[in-house]
Design a protein around this ligand. Sequence first.
Ligand SMILES: [Mn+2]
Length: 501
Amino acid sequence: MFVVSNRLITYSRPELIRKFCMKAVKSKVKFSSNAKKSYGQPTFETHPHLLNCDEVTPLITKGEYQERRRKLAEKVVCYAKKNRGNKNHLIVIPAASRQYMSDKIPYVFRQNTEFLYITGCQEPDCCIVITTGASADDHCATLFTRDRDDHAELWDGPRTHPEDAPAFFGVDQSLPISELEGFMQSYKKTFRDSSLWYDFMTPVQDNVHKMIFELMNATGNKCWENPKPLLHELRLYKSTAEIALMQKSCDITSQAFIEAMACSRPGISENQIFGKIDYECRMRGAEYLAYPPVVAGANRSTIIHYINNNQILNHNETVLVDAGCEYHGYSSDVTRTWPINGKFTQQQREIYEVVYCVQEELIKYCNNMPSLDELFESMCCLLGKRLQEIGLIGVQPSNNYLMKAAYQLCPHHVSHYLGMDIHDTPTVRRNIKLEPGMIITVEPGIYISERSKLPKEYHGIGVRIEDDILITVNGPVVLSRRCPKSIDEIEKIVSEGQAQP
Ligand SMILES: [Mn+2]
């Protein structure tokens, strides 16, 4: 009996919200039932080579997107309960806008990651609004899509129209973006004691940002929360489909590295290696490279963020390449260092072996589920010890001394979370223990600049080895395992490549 009445109460809320939503816009929106369906992104009907039936983006189903929205609503409700917050919540996550490099010339469009994660919608200038009461199961998701514009659609291609969006994206309802302001005003009037969840810190769509800012001022609303940390907590743990996408992304990048190694020879330019990796990734199905790659020959490899990539690679030099592709929204991030003529010099080999051994040990250490910061500490420790063994760091008993000396030679962190973004979920702290489902990088390096106090013959050597690691209950899985990294393997691939005409 109690259960029945409880259900009645909880189910009344979404109906209330939905009725309120539709009433606010009823007069303005006309849906024609027999018009041709219109979508602003690939669907199973138009792109069967990319999508299966019921998938909104490759491998990720409508159901998975619905589950993500439900979980977000649940986290919001949970957070509010814990902090004695409001009972009603309005979560607003806008899509990104196009960015232009010069008059009417756009940059490659990249969707706002939080919006893409929660909707699967790849169009610019849309917005998702999730409203929820005290029970997240009754949340209501409204997708605002760009207004119909026959002229613009002729130039830029079709847009998703509100009458077609709910069936495809699995949202409860959809409205044109021009209705967003009215929708929010009505909601604020109906639920005066509600919290607004919107990321004021990183505006991604100017119009929406300005409108929300003004609305908040006008209503004197001070109940504002940022949904980003909660979204990052969700994104931190990868689903089965996401792991498959990450594996594919790493496989593509690994193959591209092998091809780039095989085409290396003295006289090739850094930019040509960049081009080779980009080409090989695209030929295997990636959309583009996930970030401007570092292709750094000789002493340029000691500059951590070198992306000029405009030098020639010579005999007896190494090249450090940090690159990765984006495959259906999922990024890989791999670094390898190889000798341009197929043979490491004595000093290059010594440094490479130190980094290689330390990297292998760090991957093994992931079995203990350390935090990223603990992983960093042990990198400094291990690097220090190895460098001492080969006589590059003086014999001093203190651990502290070793770690400081190592940190001078590797001034960056050893790891970050990885996923849709390269530096994924940056609001998640690096001092929490690893857990199954997380994906991280492990990337120790040694950079001996020409200003270093170490012996001259080591100057200009820069080595980094970076792999992408999935944490599982059975231990770490190296997703980028198909990218060769032992000295023998690497020398063989480069040498054999050079033997080809
Ligand atoms: Mn990285």
